[in-house]
Design a protein around this ligand. Structure first.
Ligand code: IMP
Length: 176
């Protein structure tokens, strides 16, 4: 089985314009607050890097990496931190920056876990959302684009570690 890049769903220019719009909204909403932009690795690394640079010199960033435990073949939603925050988040406003919200199970558990660390707030900023796939309730405060239920790659999102570095979002097609 091999994978190929199919239809482009969101172009580089569309992403650029949306990232600028989100950066403006986040900067306005968190003005004067102790904000920590927190990228969820690996998928969010491109989005977070563009978003933080669009926000300017004051932006502070961190990264976390998590694994999800499986309940049979389905992810249980229970999570383990492979990489935790590099500093204390107590009293800080955490904005989780994610590539995509799919079932929402990972993020709903992640938000609960982070709240145990005593932040001032925890909100979600996601580039993409597949609302038709939702199983767990998550509130996305800042969203780039809603997309249909198709597997997509590019701008940080991968398929078996490939295609993360494409500058646009495209559908993946299976061959063979
Ligand atoms: P969920 O919301 O807990 O189901 O999982 C979200 C995670 O699944 C994302 O952070 C991605 O790593 C992965 N994911 C879901 N849909 C896609 C996709 O279309 N392309 C690449 N990764 C995806």
């Amino acid at each position: 089985m091999s994978y190929e890049i199919g239809e482009v769903l969101i172009t580089e220019d569309e992403i650029k314009a949306k990232v600028a719009e989100i950066a403006k909204a986040v900067s306005r909403d968190y003005k004067g607050k102790n904000l920590l932009l927190t990228g969820v690795l690996k998928g969010a690394f491109v989005f977070l890097s563009d978003l933080s640079r669009a926000m300017g010199a004051e932006a502070q960033v961190d990264f976390i990496k998590i694994s999800t435990y499986k309940d049979g073949t389905r992810p249980s939603g229970e999570i383990r931190f492979d990489l935790d925050f590099s500093s204390d988040v107590h009293g800080r406003h955490v904005l989780l920056v994610e590539d995509i919200v799919d079932t929402g199970r990972t993020l709903s558990h992640l938000v609960k876990e982070i709240k145990k660390k005593g932040p001032a707030s925890v909100k979600i900023c996601a580039l993409l959302d597949k609302p038709s796939r939702r199983e767990a309730e998550v509130e996305v405060a800042y969203l780039g684009f809603s997309i249909p239920d198709r597997f997509v790659v590019g701008y940080g999102l991968d398929c078996a570690e490939k295609f993360r570095c494409l500058p646009y979002i495209a559908v993946v097609e299976e061959r063979g």
